[in-house]
Ligand binder design. Structure first.
Ligand code: GDP
Ligand code: MG
Length: 173
């Protein structure tokens, strides 16, 4: 059985962009589970990252919860089922935007509902910092405040930092 990695984060941080980069054309299936008033979608595919192969989940449904501001209140059986078979998480933030209150909510949600999962923080859109918008070190200091350890700098769009992501996941997987 392949290990499973879920990509989490508030809307627009680049979860789907990272998912698409990791799976290319290897998408397996899409879950559509209506729950409460929200339809949650979780896309699942087989990721290849260097010599690593793992199942990867794009958590669009959790994003909907974050956007509604009720991420901590609503845990569905689907979410619980998904988390029960997930060992790892990549917690994405948008390095251009800086820390956002919804990033804190996602962090709280992970602590509450994903205790067995050790997330890796990834600062996405890091290619934008090369243009002098800000420094990676400052962004990393900020990201550490989420309390999940040292962040890695990536770009789902350009592929920057995929080796760092591999090296962060490899000892876990
Ligand atoms: P999601 O809502 O978290 O799934 O985010 P998306 O994958 O839909 O991306 C949101 C926006 O960020 C889109 O306009 C993407 O093109 C953009 N985006 C995603 N990854 C990157 C990146 O690495 N660099 C930059 N500059 N933009 C990105
Ligand atoms: Mg998405």
């Amino acid at each position: 059985l392949l290990p499973t990695v879920i990509i989490v984060g508030r809307p627009n941080v680049g979860k789907s962009a990272l998912y698409n980069r990791l799976i290319r054309r290897r998408e397996a299936l899409v879950y559509n589970t209506p729950a409460d008033h929200v339809t949650r979608d979780i896309r699942e595919g087989i990721a290849k990252l260097g010599d690593l192969r793992f199942r990867v989940l794009d958590s669009a449904g959790l994003e909907t919860e974050a956007a509604s501001g009720s991420i901590l209140q609503r845990t569905t059986s689907m979410t619980a089922n998904v988390l029960a078979r997930t060992q790892f998480a990549v917690f994405l933030i948008d390095v251009r935007a800086g820390l956002h209150p919804l990033d804190m909510e996602v962090g709280k949600w992970l602590r509450k509902h994903a205790q067995g999962i050790n997330p890796i923080i990834a600062m996405n859109k890091s290619e934008s910092l090369c243009d002098g918008v800000g420094s990676i070190a400052d962004a990393a200091d900020e990201a550490r405040m989420l309390g999940f350890g040292d962040p890695i700098a990536i770009s789902a769009e350009t592929g920057l930092g995929m080796t760092a992501l591999h090296d962060a996941l490899q000892p876990l997987i």
